[in-house]
Write a protein that binds this ligand. Sequence first.
Ligand SMILES: Cc1cc2nc3c(=O)[nH]c(=O)nc-3n(C[C@H](O)[C@H](O)[C@H](O)COP(=O)(O)O)c2cc1C
Length: 230
Amino acid sequence: MDGKDRFSAEKIDAVYEAIFKRRDIRSFENTDIPDELIQRLLKAAHHAPSVGYMQPWNFIVIRDAKVKAEAKESFLREHNAASEYFEGEKKEKYKSFKLEGIEEAPVNICVTCDPSRFGPHVIGRHSMPETDVYSVCCAVQNIWLAARAEGVGVGWVSILRKASLKDILGMPDHIIPVAYLCVGIPAKFYDKPELELAGWSNRLSLDKLTFSNKWGNAWGLEPVSTADDR
Ligand SMILES: Cc1cc2nc3c(=O)[nH]c(=O)nc-3n(C[C@H](O)[C@H](O)[C@H](O)COP(=O)(O)O)c2cc1C
């Protein structure tokens, strides 16, 4: 069965390739990336779906070393605190991970959510107000995929205190910082998630995550074979 207005086989492969080969990047080359490229990524973000066409996002493009240093400080504080959640070998492993590239990356982008955009009556948001933040996450994923196609790496840093970030970036009270992204030419695109390569966790079986009609009923289909089975 063919869908309608289907892409050519080559273009379909390219879409899946961007999805399968996208990685979270924490190590960057010391190379700048031009504003025009950043602008293309933001245009991809701005074409994301959003609840009631709310487009609740803003993008703060950061190149200033002082601002990055302040964000890095917040990361270090939170990272230290987070290591206390683990014990023994797991704690040592956690501490050995590189979980940000804030100062290495030529560009950082903070993607925010404005819950007040277009007032209180946004189509589709009454029963699920958090759909504004979900919409911003769709925009972030568009950046991530477009960047991968462009050979650009993106790393999402969430080990930051929201209040510090708002303060550092001078955001109004009602704005929610959703994603802090490090963007640049990656040292490497790994084949698999770094946390998988480090033996921290594995990709779960899609088969076990998929139900038929009601929660818990196995769907029972054979795994799909794709060009890239990562
Ligand atoms: C909401 C969100 C927050 C994340 N926060 C961090 C982070 O603070 N530091 C980090 O190194 N990676 C972070 N990541 C990246 C994940 O660790 C990564 O996506 C996951 O391990 C799978 O690897 P992959 O993105 O390379 O496929 C985050 C990802 C998401 C979606």
